[in-house]
Write a protein that binds this ligand. Sequence first.
Ligand code: HEC
Length: 216
Amino acid sequence: MKVTAFKTSAMLLALAGVACQSQSPAQTTLPHAVPVATLQELMHSVIDPNVDPLWNAVTTTVTQAGVEEKAPSTDAEWASLRQHALLLIEAGNLLLIPNRTVAVAGASTSIHPVEEDPKAIEALIKAHPEDFGQKALALQTAVKLALVAIDEKNPDGLLKAGEGIEHACEACHAAYWYPNDKRPEAFKAIAHDHLGFNNAGYFKPTLLSALNSHSG
Ligand code: HEC
Protein backbone atom coordinates (compact mmCIF):
# COMPACT_ATOMS: atom_id res chain seq x y z
CA MET A 1 0.00 0.00 0.00
CA LYS A 2 2.80 2.35 0.97
CA VAL A 3 4.63 1.44 -2.21
CA THR A 4 1.59 2.22 -4.31
CA ALA A 5 1.21 5.63 -2.66
CA PHE A 6 4.86 6.33 -3.32
CA LYS A 7 4.50 5.24 -6.92
CA THR A 8 1.45 7.43 -7.37
CA SER A 9 3.20 10.53 -6.05
CA ALA A 10 6.24 9.73 -8.16
CA MET A 11 3.98 9.55 -11.19
CA LEU A 12 2.36 12.81 -10.27
CA LEU A 13 5.76 14.40 -9.94
CA ALA A 14 6.74 13.04 -13.32
CA LEU A 15 3.53 14.39 -14.81
CA ALA A 16 4.17 17.75 -13.19
CA GLY A 17 7.60 17.72 -14.78
CA VAL A 18 6.07 17.07 -18.19
CA ALA A 19 3.56 19.86 -17.61
CA CYS A 20 6.35 22.28 -16.71
CA GLN A 21 8.35 21.29 -19.77
CA SER A 22 5.40 21.77 -22.06
CA GLN A 23 4.78 25.22 -20.54
CA SER A 24 8.17 26.72 -21.23
CA PRO A 25 8.00 26.75 -25.05
CA ALA A 26 4.62 28.48 -24.76
CA GLN A 27 6.30 31.33 -22.85
CA THR A 28 8.63 32.05 -25.73
CA THR A 29 5.63 32.65 -27.99
CA LEU A 30 4.24 35.38 -25.70
CA PRO A 31 3.56 38.46 -27.80
CA HIS A 32 6.11 41.16 -27.24
CA ALA A 33 5.88 44.93 -27.35
CA VAL A 34 6.16 46.49 -30.80
CA PRO A 35 7.33 50.11 -30.93
CA VAL A 36 5.12 52.38 -33.04
CA ALA A 37 6.20 55.95 -32.24
CA THR A 38 9.73 57.05 -33.02
CA LEU A 39 11.98 57.97 -30.10
CA GLN A 40 11.56 61.61 -31.08
CA GLU A 41 7.76 61.28 -31.07
CA LEU A 42 7.95 59.58 -27.67
CA MET A 43 9.94 62.53 -26.32
CA HIS A 44 7.46 65.07 -27.70
CA SER A 45 4.17 63.20 -27.26
CA VAL A 46 4.63 61.19 -24.08
CA ILE A 47 7.64 62.37 -22.09
CA ASP A 48 7.39 66.17 -22.45
CA PRO A 49 3.62 66.49 -21.82
CA ASN A 50 3.93 64.39 -18.66
CA VAL A 51 7.06 65.93 -17.19
CA ASP A 52 6.13 69.59 -17.72
CA PRO A 53 3.23 69.53 -15.23
CA LEU A 54 5.58 68.01 -12.61
CA TRP A 55 8.25 70.63 -13.25
CA ASN A 56 5.74 73.49 -13.28
CA ALA A 57 3.79 72.39 -10.20
CA VAL A 58 5.99 74.10 -7.63
CA THR A 59 7.47 77.45 -8.59
CA THR A 60 8.72 80.64 -7.05
CA THR A 61 8.40 83.76 -9.16
CA VAL A 62 10.05 86.97 -8.11
CA THR A 63 8.46 90.10 -9.57
CA GLN A 64 8.47 93.77 -8.63
CA ALA A 65 5.23 93.08 -6.79
CA GLY A 66 6.97 90.53 -4.60
CA VAL A 67 7.57 86.80 -4.34
CA GLU A 68 4.85 84.53 -5.66
CA GLU A 69 4.93 80.89 -4.54
CA LYS A 70 2.91 78.34 -6.47
CA ALA A 71 2.22 74.80 -5.23
CA PRO A 72 -0.54 72.24 -5.70
CA SER A 73 -3.21 72.62 -3.04
CA THR A 74 -6.33 70.67 -3.99
CA ASP A 75 -6.83 66.90 -4.10
CA ALA A 76 -7.67 67.21 -7.78
CA GLU A 77 -4.34 68.93 -8.51
CA TRP A 78 -2.38 66.22 -6.68
CA ALA A 79 -4.41 63.50 -8.43
CA SER A 80 -3.63 64.99 -11.81
CA LEU A 81 0.10 65.18 -10.98
CA ARG A 82 -0.05 61.53 -9.91
CA GLN A 83 -1.38 60.55 -13.34
CA HIS A 84 1.43 62.43 -15.06
CA ALA A 85 4.04 60.80 -12.82
CA LEU A 86 2.65 57.32 -13.53
CA LEU A 87 2.65 57.93 -17.27
CA LEU A 88 6.21 59.21 -17.11
CA ILE A 89 7.32 56.12 -15.17
CA GLU A 90 5.64 53.90 -17.75
CA ALA A 91 7.33 55.93 -20.51
CA GLY A 92 10.55 54.55 -19.03
CA ASN A 93 9.27 51.09 -19.95
CA LEU A 94 8.56 52.26 -23.50
CA LEU A 95 12.19 53.35 -23.74
CA LEU A 96 13.19 49.76 -22.89
CA ILE A 97 11.48 48.32 -25.99
CA PRO A 98 14.31 47.48 -28.39
CA ASN A 99 14.62 48.55 -32.03
CA ARG A 100 12.66 51.78 -31.84
CA THR A 101 13.34 54.06 -34.82
CA VAL A 102 14.86 57.35 -33.66
CA ALA A 103 13.04 59.69 -36.06
CA VAL A 104 10.82 59.49 -39.13
CA ALA A 105 12.66 59.71 -42.46
CA GLY A 106 13.77 63.24 -43.14
CA ALA A 107 13.20 64.49 -39.59
CA SER A 108 16.05 66.30 -37.92
CA THR A 109 17.24 65.67 -34.38
CA SER A 110 19.93 68.28 -34.69
CA ILE A 111 18.96 71.89 -34.29
CA HIS A 112 22.28 72.58 -32.62
CA PRO A 113 25.61 71.49 -34.16
CA VAL A 114 26.57 69.24 -31.22
CA GLU A 115 23.37 67.20 -31.55
CA GLU A 116 23.75 63.97 -33.51
CA ASP A 117 21.58 62.99 -36.48
CA PRO A 118 19.10 60.09 -36.15
CA LYS A 119 21.44 57.54 -37.79
CA ALA A 120 24.26 58.32 -35.39
CA ILE A 121 21.89 58.21 -32.40
CA GLU A 122 20.48 54.87 -33.54
CA ALA A 123 24.00 53.45 -33.90
CA LEU A 124 24.96 54.69 -30.43
CA ILE A 125 21.89 53.07 -28.86
CA LYS A 126 22.48 49.80 -30.75
CA ALA A 127 26.08 49.77 -29.53
CA HIS A 128 25.11 50.32 -25.87
CA PRO A 129 21.64 48.83 -25.33
CA GLU A 130 22.30 47.98 -21.69
CA ASP A 131 23.50 51.43 -20.80
CA PHE A 132 20.58 53.02 -22.66
CA GLY A 133 18.21 50.76 -20.73
CA GLN A 134 19.87 51.66 -17.43
CA LYS A 135 19.34 55.33 -18.21
CA ALA A 136 15.66 54.66 -18.88
CA LEU A 137 15.44 52.88 -15.52
CA ALA A 138 17.22 55.82 -13.87
CA LEU A 139 14.44 58.05 -15.21
CA GLN A 140 11.88 55.72 -13.63
CA THR A 141 13.70 55.79 -10.30
CA ALA A 142 13.79 59.58 -10.34
CA VAL A 143 10.08 59.85 -11.15
CA LYS A 144 9.20 57.31 -8.44
CA LEU A 145 10.58 59.84 -5.94
CA ALA A 146 8.18 62.40 -7.38
CA LEU A 147 5.38 59.87 -6.92
CA VAL A 148 6.31 59.49 -3.24
CA ALA A 149 6.28 63.28 -2.81
CA ILE A 150 2.91 63.48 -4.58
CA ASP A 151 1.42 60.81 -2.34
CA GLU A 152 2.73 62.74 0.68
CA LYS A 153 1.39 66.00 -0.83
CA ASN A 154 4.84 67.38 -0.26
CA PRO A 155 5.70 70.36 -2.56
CA ASP A 156 9.36 70.53 -1.42
CA GLY A 157 9.81 66.83 -2.12
CA LEU A 158 8.28 67.30 -5.56
CA LEU A 159 10.60 70.21 -6.31
CA LYS A 160 13.61 68.13 -5.30
CA ALA A 161 12.41 65.13 -7.28
CA GLY A 162 12.07 67.46 -10.28
CA GLU A 163 15.80 68.13 -10.17
CA GLY A 164 16.51 64.42 -10.06
CA ILE A 165 14.28 63.89 -13.10
CA GLU A 166 16.14 66.64 -14.94
CA HIS A 167 19.44 64.90 -14.24
CA ALA A 168 18.02 61.62 -15.54
CA CYS A 169 16.93 63.29 -18.82
CA GLU A 170 20.27 65.04 -19.09
CA ALA A 171 22.33 61.88 -18.44
CA CYS A 172 20.70 60.10 -21.38
CA HIS A 173 20.78 63.13 -23.68
CA ALA A 174 24.45 63.78 -22.91
CA ALA A 175 25.30 60.18 -23.87
CA TYR A 176 23.05 59.62 -26.88
CA TRP A 177 21.87 62.95 -28.26
CA TYR A 178 24.79 65.33 -27.86
CA PRO A 179 27.73 63.17 -26.77
CA ASN A 180 30.15 65.72 -28.19
CA ASP A 181 28.85 68.68 -26.22
CA LYS A 182 31.77 69.91 -24.17
CA ARG A 183 29.90 72.77 -22.55
CA PRO A 184 27.60 71.32 -19.92
CA GLU A 185 28.48 73.90 -17.27
CA ALA A 186 28.12 76.85 -19.62
CA PHE A 187 24.88 75.38 -20.89
CA LYS A 188 23.48 74.97 -17.42
CA ALA A 189 24.38 78.50 -16.40
CA ILE A 190 22.62 79.92 -19.45
CA ALA A 191 19.67 77.59 -19.09
CA HIS A 192 19.15 78.71 -15.53
CA ASP A 193 19.41 82.36 -16.52
CA HIS A 194 16.75 81.88 -19.14
CA LEU A 195 14.32 79.55 -17.44
CA GLY A 196 14.89 80.42 -13.81
CA PHE A 197 14.34 76.91 -12.49
CA ASN A 198 14.81 73.28 -13.16
CA ASN A 199 13.38 72.36 -16.53
CA ALA A 200 16.57 73.10 -18.36
CA GLY A 201 17.85 69.58 -18.91
CA TYR A 202 17.70 69.65 -22.67
CA PHE A 203 18.01 72.11 -25.50
CA LYS A 204 14.89 74.07 -26.20
CA PRO A 205 14.76 76.13 -29.37
CA THR A 206 14.39 79.28 -27.27
CA LEU A 207 17.76 78.55 -25.67
CA LEU A 208 19.62 77.98 -28.86
CA SER A 209 20.32 81.55 -29.85
CA ALA A 210 21.64 82.21 -26.36
CA LEU A 211 23.83 79.11 -26.54
CA ASN A 212 25.12 80.01 -29.97
CA SER A 213 26.01 83.54 -28.98
CA HIS A 214 27.68 82.21 -25.83
CA SER A 215 29.93 79.86 -27.76
CA GLY A 216 30.94 82.83 -29.94
C1 HEC B 1 17.09 56.67 -22.01
C2 HEC B 1 17.36 57.86 -22.76
C3 HEC B 1 16.53 59.11 -22.65
C4 HEC B 1 15.92 59.63 -21.54
C5 HEC B 1 15.90 59.07 -20.12
C6 HEC B 1 15.30 60.85 -21.96
N1 HEC B 1 15.54 61.08 -23.28
FE1 HEC B 1 14.88 62.67 -24.35
N2 HEC B 1 15.95 62.03 -25.94
C7 HEC B 1 16.71 60.89 -26.00
C8 HEC B 1 17.40 60.83 -27.26
C9 HEC B 1 18.33 59.71 -27.69
C10 HEC B 1 17.06 62.00 -27.96
C11 HEC B 1 17.58 62.42 -29.34
C12 HEC B 1 16.67 62.00 -30.43
C13 HEC B 1 15.60 63.00 -30.65
O1 HEC B 1 15.92 64.16 -30.97
O2 HEC B 1 14.43 62.65 -30.46
C14 HEC B 1 16.14 62.73 -27.12
C15 HEC B 1 15.52 63.92 -27.45
C16 HEC B 1 14.65 64.63 -26.68
C17 HEC B 1 13.95 65.83 -27.10
C18 HEC B 1 14.08 66.51 -28.44
C19 HEC B 1 13.31 65.84 -29.52
C20 HEC B 1 13.59 66.51 -30.86
O3 HEC B 1 14.46 66.05 -31.58
O4 HEC B 1 12.94 67.51 -31.15
C21 HEC B 1 13.20 66.24 -26.03
C22 HEC B 1 12.29 67.44 -25.98
C23 HEC B 1 13.44 65.31 -24.95
N3 HEC B 1 14.31 64.34 -25.39
C24 HEC B 1 12.88 65.41 -23.71
C25 HEC B 1 13.21 64.56 -22.65
C26 HEC B 1 12.86 64.82 -21.28
C27 HEC B 1 12.10 66.01 -20.79
C28 HEC B 1 13.33 63.75 -20.55
C29 HEC B 1 13.24 63.51 -19.09
C30 HEC B 1 11.98 63.68 -18.45
C31 HEC B 1 13.99 62.86 -21.48
N4 HEC B 1 13.91 63.40 -22.74
C32 HEC B 1 14.59 61.68 -21.11
C33 HEC B 1 16.80 59.93 -25.03
C34 HEC B 1 16.31 60.05 -23.74
